[in-house]
Write a protein that binds this ligand. Structure first.
Ligand code: PLP
Length: 510
């Protein structure tokens, strides 16, 4: 492909993406394909001879698009949002055009320096403590990791290595393997699975402490666990708090956790993968309480800041602790400016050697929307969630399971879990909206997350109508079956009612 053809293909691809995003409401949010559908459609070997971009683009429309789950649809309400924006897409395209690997300053000065700039912009926008800024005198600063999982792993590994060094110095009688065998870390039983995974990868048990009734982890629970462990000869390393848990968007009590961590010299990391976006809002300032006392923090721009995956911001109060833990140098990685400036070599702040030019899409997005646009986006998600919450509260058949938090509403159909489970099954099979379920203390519930780059009040009305109508139909069927004495017999149910559980397709998604 030469530059002329690239221009044609590129422009056609931009049109394709713009058409797709502009008309995204026309698609069922979930695809109507069975496992293995694509394997059946595509040849077993790559083509021997070149094919034209027109054929390829038409195949993307024909075979790829039908197998897409439409994450950018405002009818997607599962997980947390992963909002993209047009400027971010362009940023991604330009970064691909440069295709640099910016692991050290000399490998692309603009890559490193733009990252320093946007991480400071973002820290100020989120009103983070000043010591997290590169521009502030001192060892703090921010870096872009690929995902929250990577950020957490970096914090866990760095904290672990710091403790190993410290204990080796203070207890020369202990061997390194003795020390490593005693290490222990903490988080809440509401924390994301990536926390537990970080423990597995770091070969260090992470104890998932029971959160309170309100799903919040507090200092008292951490203190009691640490005291027990210290008495048993274990060495506490790190506590990972969450602001915005994945299940219900609960906020751990960072302040009281910090008090315990400071007392026991334990690293405190905050996973604010989703909720971090709300730090920017004055009305959510309470969320930032205690952040000045944490050692590290992560926030996914690919959740709330309209920057496409992957893009996870991480700040460190003392980046030297990570650099010292991860600095494995080779002669070919050195450059003549190394260590002479305040500019970091971000390869020491992360797991891989190579790094993408992610700062470009962040910079372009921030400039295109401005701080004002970003705040408006977060506020819009919150307002739409409030609208959904009002619908839930007004319908006596439903109940909230936890207080609405930011753009997330956790709710269930009153009564047996089975009703909520069956409701979700129907909704999934119809594919008009997508939600995921969660469970707390034996209660099954549905998570309704506001998603999409430009969700509207009508999208919330659409979702509520779908949920309400399906519950009405489900209850009517159950009532009928109870009357004829065959409740629970799904086969019978399907035969009797000719249930249209899979009628969720429409022209565009077929
Ligand atoms: N932490 C929290 C609170 C999350 O909600 C999620 C994902 O939704 C993660 C971490 C994992 O994020 P990532 O996919 O960026 O690793």
């Amino acid at each position: 492909m030469d530059a002329k053809e690239f221009r044609e293909f590129g422009k056609a691809a931009v049109d394709f993406v713009a058409d797709y995003l502009e008309n995204i409401r026309d698609y069922d949010v979930l695809p109507s394909v069975d496992p293995g559908y694509l394997l059946q459609l595509l040849p077993k070997d790559m083509p021997e001879t070149p094919e034209t971009w027109r054929d390829i683009l038409s195949d993307i429309d024909r075979v790829i698009k039908p197998g897409i789950t439409h994450w950018q649809s405002p009818h997607m309400h599962g997980y947390y949002p992963t909002s993209v924006s047009y400027p971010s897409i362009v940023g991604e395209m330009l970064a691909s055009g440069f295709s640099i690997i910016g692991f050290s300053w000399i490998c692309s000065p603009a890559c490193t320096e733009l990252e320093v700039v946007v991480m400071d912009w973002l820290a100020k926008f989120l009103k983070l403590p000043e010591h997290f800024l590169h521009a502030t005198e001192g060892p703090g600063g921010g870096v872009i990791q690929g995902s929250a999982s990577e950020a957490v792993l970096v914090a866990v590994l760095a904290a672990r290595e710091q403790v190993v060094c410290r204990v080796r110095a203070s207890h020369p009688e202990l061997s390194e393997s003795d020390i490593r065998g005693k290490l222990v870390a903490y988080s809440s039983d509401q924390s994301n699975s990536c926390i537990e995974k970080a423990g597995v990868l770091a070969a260090m048990p992470i104890k998932l402490l029971p959160a309170g009734e309100d799903l919040i982890l507090r200092g008292a629970a951490l203190r009691s666990a640490i005291e027990q462990d210290v008495t048993a000869g274990l060495i506490p390393v790190i506590c990972i708090a969450t602001l915005g848990t994945t299940g219900t968007c609960a906020y751990d009590d960072v302040d009281s956790l910090a008090t315990v961590c400071e007392q026991y010299n334990v690293w405190l990391h905050v996973d604010a993968a989703y909720a971090g976006g709300a730090f920017a809002l004055d009305e959510c300032s309470e969320l930032r309480r205690g952040l000045e006392r944490v050692d590290s923090l992560n926030f996914n721009l690919h959740k709330f800041m309209l920057v496409n995956f992957d893009c996870s911001a991480m700040w460190l109060r003392d980046a030297n602790k990570v650099v010292d833990s991860f600095n494995v140098d080779r002669i070919y990685l050195k450059h003549k400016y190394e260590g002479q400036t305040q500019i970091p070599d971000f390869r020491h702040w992360q797991i891989p050697l190579g790094r993408r030019f992610r700062a470009l899409k962040v910079w372009i997005t921030f400039r295109t929307l401005g701080a004002e646009g970003l705040r408006a986006h977060v506020r819009k998600h919150i307002e739409l969630a409030k609208k959904f919450e009002v619908f839930v509260l007004a319908d006596a058949r439903f109940e909230l399971v936890a207080p609405r938090a930011l753009g997330l509403v956790c709710f269930r159909a009153k009564g047996e879990n089975e009703i909520t489970a069956q409701l979700l099954q129907r909704l999934m099979e119809r594919k008009k909206i997508y939600m995921v379920k969660a469970e707390h203390r034996g209660q099954l519930f549905l998570r309704f997350a506001v998603c999409g780059m430009d969700p509207k009040p009508s999208d919330i009305e659409f979702a509520w109508t779908e949920i309400g109508t399906q519950l009405t139909a489900l209850l009517a069927e159950q009532e009928h079956l109870a009357a004829v004495g065959k409740a629970g017999d799904v086969t019978e149910l399907t035969q009797q009612f000719g249930l249209q559980l899979t009628n969720g397709t429409n022209e565009k998604s077929q």
